[in-house]
Design a protein around this ligand. Structure first.
Ligand code: SF4
Ligand code: F3S
Length: 125
């Protein structure tokens, strides 16, 4: 068993879920997160944290084969996310809008430039 991120995460990506996961099993794409099905310990604590109600147990009808496959596929490809960050800019207006699956991005989240890697990239003074 596992929990699954479903359609309403797309274009919201609030990331509150990440903060509470005891096993850090969320992975980040450009416009949604997914859960690694082999890492999730089925605790359910992320469910009430999501302002978009986008996390369900795989025992629920909303966790279709399509969503199970999408979570499993992209959890193997996208980077791990272990700390919350600002939601996507239109998160509140996108929350609850139907038909977002067609806007799903298979791209991984962009790496955030940190002071550390900015320094590395800078030319010597
Ligand atoms: Fe993490 Fe628990 Fe949510 Fe699974 S159910 S993703 S282990 S917080
Ligand atoms: Fe997505 Fe909800 Fe987490 S919108 S990023 S599943 S808090």
């Amino acid at each position: 068993m596992t929990y699954v991120v479903i359609e309403n995460c797309i274009k919201c990506k609030y990331t509150d879920c990440v903060e509470v996961c005891p096993v850090d099993c969320f992975y980040e794409g450009a416009n949604m997160l997914v859960i690694h099905p082999d890492e999730c310990i089925d605790c359910g604590v992320c469910v009430p944290e999501c302002p978009a109600d986008a996390i369900v147990s795989d025992t629920e009808p909303a966790a279709t084969q399509e969503w199970l496959k999408l979570n499993s596929t992209y959890a193997d490809i996208w980077p791990n996310i272990i700390a919350s960050k600002a939601p996507l800019p239109d998160a509140d207006s996108e929350n609850g809008r139907e038909g977002k699956l067609t806007e799903f991005s298979p791209e991984p989240a962009e790496e955030i430039e940190t002071n550390a890697n900015r320094d590395e990239d800078s030319p010597p003074p």
